[in-house]
Design a protein around this ligand. Structure first.
Ligand code: AHR
Length: 607
């Protein structure tokens, strides 16, 4: 390997390696957001989803009370954005159980805050006993709340765990008569990452990646199935009981407990530039008509004001009220996700022009989709996505070597080996590593890139292969995680010319008696080919004065042989030259040795 240190090239983009945090696979609720109660506000369904209601006398009933369906009084929602609550008509003993997200991780000695909002309509007087119980039935913590009034009121308890269990659950029990409404039933660990309300081990896993930027919150999550299910950042700020939950296209309700402010805070805590992806008025199934796009344009401007505006501005003042008077210095906005065609171009033009006029320093990212990207106005950066098999990533490691340098910079916002890699194996990680060398070598044009998706609750895998997989108390990274970590923590500052002269050795268990060489989309030359048995015997040592009977050309390639050099001069096709070996080789372990002396791609061996 020759590295020419005296010939420095371009600077490596300081923003090159980042993360893409999408709310997918229960990565926020049931993951980074450490709320232990699932369906705490009873908004997930019209039934008691994720709760069990057990009554001892068989007469107690629980149902979801929906203010939408009834006129006040008697039913009053907790607030206009949180309209459903649990209605318990008690006549004796009852017990309400929540298992959280496949068990609650309770740690001995740690403190947990329990909270709920309650009201009674006909004098439910009895206290409620709150218990954290292990999977074997052992009580780990308990307390009592009482004195319910006719108006909604919050009650809270500090619970300290006397034992540990990653699969504990919560029980709320009482014995009484009357009607009791409950809402926002919450159990949160007091210890969170940097005291900013995130699960510590998962946030640490991100921190180890040392990301330079963080794209959020999607992905398709931003688009939604229909416009009604699109991500709207304004529904995700302020008091958690006022945040509108989002039924998302990954098959669950997001509480938005990690909302716009928390994402910005996480980026800041990671030392990463926030990159907000905003809906472009396009969902999977529906598009907002142009004459209704004013709200989308305004939402984008307001998001920037929320993140960066002075505390005297409308949205900046809310940011301050929500705990962050200093601006977040948001610099990157992506308009839309995987949107394309003229439908997208028109919406891009509207939103991008509005942002440029008011915030000229914001870098705007457009989607590269359906074979192109908008040109008016020209984006600073375009977002390209790649999901493929390991070989594709290896072969395409040189994709950007000849990429147009006159156009926008490139953000490879999503890339991952998604086939031919099991559930994420070393082969996939090596494919991505090869690709990342190409990102680094070409980071004069490839400014940023991020693997996708980042997180997966192993009990809710909506996407097949994910970087960090977890359950209630532990996580593991697939090999790709360690590739990301290695590249990100060892990023160079300047590109240096590197050339490699190599004689790769491949151990091939021959079963068919034939081996071959392949190149794709580039010419290549090989010499010094040898086929050697496991005992060191040279079985074949072609001189290559010509392609003879033993080397067959594949019909679409242009292999020639001269002076010991085997050459494929095709640069448009996959080309292979196959050597028909001796059938007596079957079940030998043989080695093909070859030296590549020119050509952009590596070569592949068949057997
Ligand atoms: O990363 C998973 C999904 O793949 C993203 O949500 C979407 O942008 C892409 O299609």
């Amino acid at each position: 390997i020759t590295v020419e240190v005296n010939k420095p090239g371009h600077k490596i983009s300081p923003m090159l390696f980042g993360i893409f945090f999408e709310d997918i696979n229960l990565s926020t609720d049931g993951g980074m957001y450490p709320e232990l109660v699932r369906n705490r506000s009873f908004e997930d369904a019209d039934t008691l989803q994720y709760w069990k209601f057990i009554s001892a006398d068989g007469q107690s009933k629980a149902s979801i009370a929906s203010a939408d369906a009834q006129v006040r009084p008697p039913i009053l929602p907790l607030n206009p954005y949180n309209r459903k609550s649990l209605c318990i008509k008690a006549n004796g003993a009852f017990n309400l159980v929540n298992d959280g997200y496949w068990g609650m991780n309770i740690i001995q000695g740690d403190c947990y805050t329990f909270q709920l909002a309650a009201r009674t309509t006909d004098d439910f007087r009895a206290p409620l006993t709150i218990r954290i119980v292990s999977s074997t039935g052992k009580e780990l913590a308990s307390g009592e709340i009482k004195a319910f009034g006719t108006q909604w009121q919050y009650h809270s308890l500090d619970l300290s765990a006397s034992g540990s269990d990653p699969k504990a659950h919560l029980e709320i029990s009482g014995t009484g008569k009357g009607t009791l409404y409950l809402d926002m039933v919450s159990l949160m660990p007091d210890k969170t990452w940097k005291n900013h309300g995130l699960r510590i081990d998962l946030a640490d896993a991100l921190d180890s990646l040392h990301p330079r930027f963080m794209r959020f919150p999607g992905g398709s999550f931003v688009e939604g199935v229909n416009i009604a299910d699109m991500y709207n950042w304004k529904n995700t700020i302020g008091n958690i009981d006022m945040r509108t939950p989002l039924r998302n296209l990954w098959g669950y309700n997001s509480t938005n407990g990690i909302g716009f402010q928390e994402y910005l805070q996480l980026a800041e805590d990671l030392g990463a530039e926030p990159l907000f992806c905003i809906n472009a008025g396009m969902s999977y199934g529906e598009v907002v008509p142009m004459d209704r796009m004013g709200q989308w344009e305004q939402d984008a401007l307001d998001a920037i004001q929320y993140a960066n505006g002075p505390v005297t501005s409308v949205w900046g003042s809310l940011r301050a009220k929500n705990g962050h008077p200093e601006p977040f210095h948001l610099k990157y906005i992506e308009i839309g996700n995987e949107n394309g065609g003229t439908t997208y171009d028109k919406r891009w033009e509207l939103i991008a022009n509005a942002i440029h006029a008011k915030y000229p320093n914001i870098k705007l990212i457009a989607d590269e989709w359906e074979g192109g990207h908008p040109h008016d106005p020209m984006p600073a950066i375009i977002d390209e996505h790649y999901y493929n098999n390991p070989d594709w990533f290896i072969w395409n490691a040189h994709k950007y070597d000849s990429y147009d340098r006159k156009g926008p910079k490139v953000f490879i916002g999503e890339y991952a080996v998604t086939s031919g890699t099991g559930k994420g194996d070393l082969r996939g990680a090596i494919g991505e590593a090869a690709w990342m060398t190409g990102m680094e070598r070409n980071s004069d044009i490839v400014e940023m890139g991020s693997y996708a998706p980042l997180f997966c609750n192993a009990n809710h895998r909506a996407w097949p292969i994910n970087l960090i997989n977890f359950d209630s108390y532990r996580w593991y990274g697939i090999p790709s995680y360690y590739v990301q970590e290695m590249f990100s923590n060892n990023q160079g500052t300047v590109e240096l010319p590197v050339s490699i002269e190599h004689a790769p050795v491949f151990e091939i268990p021959v079963s068919s008696g034939c081996i071959g060489l392949g190149t794709r989309n580039s010419s290549a030359e090989f010499k010094d080919l040898q086929v050697v048995s496991s005992k060191g015997k040279i079985l074949f040592n072609p001189k290559f004065s010509q392609i003879d009977d033993q080397w067959r050309k594949s019909p679409r390639s242009e292999w020639t042989a001269q002076n010991g050099v085997l050459k494929n001069s095709s640069n448009t096709f996959w080309g292979s030259a196959i050597f028909m070996g001796d059938t007596a080789w079957t079940n030998y372990t043989i080695t093909l040795k070859a030296r590549k002396i020119s050509g952009e791609h590596g070569f592949q061996i068949y057997f």
